[in-house]
Design a protein around this ligand. Sequence first.
Ligand code: ATP
Length: 441
Amino acid sequence: MSETNLKDMQDLVSLCKRRGFIFQSSEIYGGLASCWDYGPLGIELKQNIKNSWWKAMTLRDDVVGVDASIFMHPTVWMASGHVEGFNDPMVDCKQCKSRFRADKIDLAKACPVCGSSGTFTEPRDFNLMFKTQMGPVEDSSAQVYLRPETAQGIFVNFLNVQQTMRKKLPFGISQIGKAFRNEITPGNFIFRTREFEQMEMQYFIKPGTQKDAMEMWKEIRWNWHVSNGIRPEHLRWHEHLGNDLAHYADAAFDIEYKYAMGWGEMEGIHSRTDFDLKRHEEFSKKNLKYLDAEDGNKKYLPYVLETSVGCDRCLLAVLSDAYRVENEGQGEAERVVMKFHPRLAPVKVAVLPLVKKEPVEVPARKLFEELQKKYPAEYDVSGSIGKRYRRQDEIGTPFCITFDFDSLEDNAVTIRDRDTMAQERVSLDRVQEYLDNKLKM
Ligand code: ATP
C-alpha cells in the first residue's frame, strides 16, 4: 500500500467543504473574500485544538488565563505602536487594480497578475487595523479598533492578574481570542484571513532571564505541536535576525509548517523585553512595576516572553498533516483518510449497523447512545458499508463499530481501525474499555 500527503491546497478545501469542516462565508451571496465559516466538524476540531492548547498552557502552576475584551481604549493602540507602526507599505497595479505588499514583490518586474510593466503606484502606508465607532455619535472621539492581536489585553491586565492571583515571577497569562487585521494579501485558504483567532501566552520574567525562558518555551511549544500528531519533519525553526527582528524584540523564533503552498509561519516565540509594559506605563501614567519581595523589595518592569500561535493556521497544519491518500492512481482501491491524532479527531467513534433492520438497529442504537455519553460519536445507517467507511475515513474517525446479525448471537461487534483498517471482534461488554484504552487522551 502506498500513501501520499496533501499536494494541492484545493484538495483540502474541497474535502473541508464536502465533509462539513469549513465553508466559504456568505456562500449563497457569492462569498466574502478570505472569510470562512467553520462547519459542525470544523468547530469540533477547532475546539479540540483550543482545549489541547489551553490544557498545555494553563494547567501549570505558573500560568493563568484571561479573556479580555476585543474593544480596548484607543490609547492602547498608540502605546502598543499599532496606530503608527502597524503599516505594511503597499503598491497598487494601476492597470488591474491588484494590491501587493511592497516587500513581497519585485517592483522592477511586471505585475504578477496582469503582466503589465511599470504600472505600480508608489508604495503607500496602510493601517491594518479595522476601525469602527462606539456609541451613538459618529465622530472621531468615538473611534475604536477591532484588536489586531490578543496580547495587549494581557499587558493591560498584568497587575490585576498578578495581584489578585498573588503570582510571583516568573508567571504567564494565557488567552484565546479573535483578532482582526485588514490584510492586504489574504489567501491560501485559512492561512491568512482578516478575522482569525490567536492563542497567546505572555510569560513575565525577571530581566536577564530571557534566554533561559526562550529555550524553555521553544521546547514546550515545539513538543506541543508534535504531541498533536504533526510530523516533526514538517516543522522547522526560523530565527529572526537583523532587520527581520521587530523593534521591540531582542530575539524571535518562528515555528514554520510545511503547508501545501510551502513553508509558512505558524507560531511566533518572541522575547519582547519590557517594551510593552514600559509603553503602557508611559501612556497610562500608571505604575506597572512589580514588587520583588524575594529580591530586597526591588521594583522593576518584568521582561516578557511571548508564545503566539494562530488557531486557524494551526488547524490548517493539523488538517494538512492528517490528509493522506492511499493507493493514489495505482489501480487498487484508493481512499482519502484524515489521520488525526485521536485527541483532535472531531468524531471518535461511529456505530454502523450493517443493515437497516430492527433487530440489528435497536441494539446498535443502544450501543451508540451509551458511547455518546463519553465520546463524540456518530450513528450512520444509510448507504453501503463501504460508503459509510469512506465518509468516516474522510472525517478522521479513529474507530468504526459494525453491528451485524452475528452480533445478536455472540454479543460482539467488529471494530475497525481507521489507520490500519484491521478489524477486531470485541464483545459488547468490553467495547467501552477497548475505546478507553485506545483513545487515551
Ligand atoms: P505574518 O508574517 O504571516 O503576517 P505575523 O508575524 O504578523 O504573521 P504575529 O503578529 O506574530 O504574525 O501573530 C502571531 C500568529 O498569529 C502568527 O504566527 C499566525 O499564526 C497568526 N496570524 C497572524 N496574522 C494572521 C492572519 N492574517 N490570518 C491568520 N493567522 C494569522
